[in-house]
Design a protein around this ligand. Structure first.
Ligand SMILES: Cc1ncc(COP(=O)(O)O)c(C=O)c1O
Length: 402
């Protein structure tokens, strides 16, 4: 970063940008990388590019997904799926599975039965745990659908595909990572688009710098964006890359200490496929067993819970931690439950996830995402947390279940 300032490359060109593109492309196993201002920018351009491949260039004042549906992970940050709306498309949210807390292959299969015309799927790896990519890719291949991979949270996490370890961020046609301040390595902000296709990388680079045509003046034939990473940001990312493995080791140690420390309580850690995946353990989470849930309820912005002997609830645990100045979080509230997406389609392993209960028939409807949101929480996971602080967190959680 200092070098960028000393050499006066304080711009969206420079040696740091070239270096981070080369290093991250090589690390993830992609041929091409385009450094951008955020993971959200990367997801927007990846989604737009996939849409343009599928449906052609849109008119200037229309999104490339106008009138189209896109399947998307449901339990994720809204930045994964908002680009579908930026491009005038409609997200169809695919329910989550319990094994990795990611997109359910069964629900995706059902979604293709309900909406066979869909050709684009946005898949996120939640909290650094790889999704079931072999199953998801097989389904997408069978239906001729492209994958935009949201690896914003999972840089450094690996998945075994056809017997070979592949980095997350190299599992879709277009792949995105984030260098936001809270990620496993950071540029304070920043993101990256990754692909093996040269002309697609060149297109994204062009779009990210206002879509200039080859003319002496600013000439435009398509809509452009100011989405390029700055050479200053790239300097911070470049300085962080050598620490990626160390950060993952720290996060893994945090996860394992929680796993050990919470043994004996009616809770489970966020799970992963031990045979076919190596998470980066970006966030450690826990899920309270159904039988150990104290009465609790959440509104749109507020919550209530009761204390109950031997039981607890995510908000009780979070409040107890907050009282000791320790920050946990609820897990991502699923997109299909969000007010802005309340009218969007939602598909579970049983089929259409909307309107599934019946006033005249007993029983509820499966909704794995809503269940994990109700029973789960993110534990304090900063790599700087000390063992003593973590012991304290573990003790507080134990006391919640007394
Ligand atoms: C799953 C997911 N997707 C996308 C993003 C967006 O990345 P950024 O904050 O760099 O725009 C984030 C995090 O911020 C994220 O967690």
């Amino acid at each position: 970063m200092d070098e960028a300032i000393q050499t006066n490359w304080v711009s969206t060109v420079g040696a740091n940008i070239d270096a981070v593109e080369m290093e991250i492309a090589a690390f993830t196993g992609n041929r091409y990388a385009v450094a951008l201002s955020s993971g959200t920018a990367a997801l927007h351009l990846a989604t737009k590019l996939a849409a343009e491949k599928l449906y052609g260039q849109a008119r200037t004042n229309r999104g490339t997904l106008a009138g189209r549906k896109v399947f998307a992970s449901d339990m994720t940050f809204d930045a994964s799926v908002n680009p579908i709306a930026y491009e005038d498309g409609e997200a169809v949210f695919i329910d989550t599975e319990y094994d990795t807390w990611n997109m359910s292959p069964e629900a995706l299969e059902k979604a293709f039965e309900l909406f066979p015309e869909v050709r684009l799927v946005v898949i996120a790896h939640l909290y650094g745990t790889p999704a079931k990519m072999r199953e998801l890719k097989d389904i997408c291949d069978r239906h001729g659908a492209l994958i935009v991979e949201d690896a914003a949270e999972s840089l450094g996490a690996k998945y075994k595909l056809n017997g070979q370890w592949v980095e997350t961020g190299a599992l879709g046609q277009y792949n995105c990572i984030s260098f936001n301040g809270n990620k496993i390595i950071t540029g304070s902000t920043g993101g990256m688009f990754l692909t093996d296709i040269k002309e697609d990388a060149e297109k994204v680079r062009k779009w990210s710098t206002q879509s200039r045509e080859a003319a002496p003046w600013y000439q435009h034939e398509e809509i452009g964006y100011n989405y390029r990473m700055s050479n200053i940001t790239a300097g911070i990312v470049r300085g962080q890359i050598p620490y990626l493995e160390k950060h993952i080791e720290q996060k893994r140690a945090i996860y394992n200490r929680y796993k050990e420390g919470l043994k004996g309580l009616p809770v489970k850690m966020n799970p992963f496929d031990e045979e076919n995946s190596i998470p980066n353990h970006w966030l450690s989470c826990m899920l309270i067993d159904e039988g150990a849930m104290a009465p609790c309820a959440r509104g749109e912005r507020d919550y209530l819970y009761q204390s109950d002997k031997g039981k607890s609830s995510p908000d009780e645990v979070l409040d107890a931690l907050a009282a000791f100045n320790s920050e946990g979080r609820p897990v991502w509230k699923p997109m299909h439950m969000q007010p802005i997406y309340r009218t969007s389609p939602f598909v579970t392993a049983e089929g259409n996830g909307r309107g599934r209960t019946n006033a005249y028939i007993a029983g509820g409807a499966a909704d794995v995402g809503a269940d994990i949101f109700r029973r789960g929480l993110c534990l304090p996971s900063d790599s700087k947390i000390t063992e003593a602080q973590q012991e304290k967190v573990i003790e507080i959680i134990h006391r919640c279940f007394l």
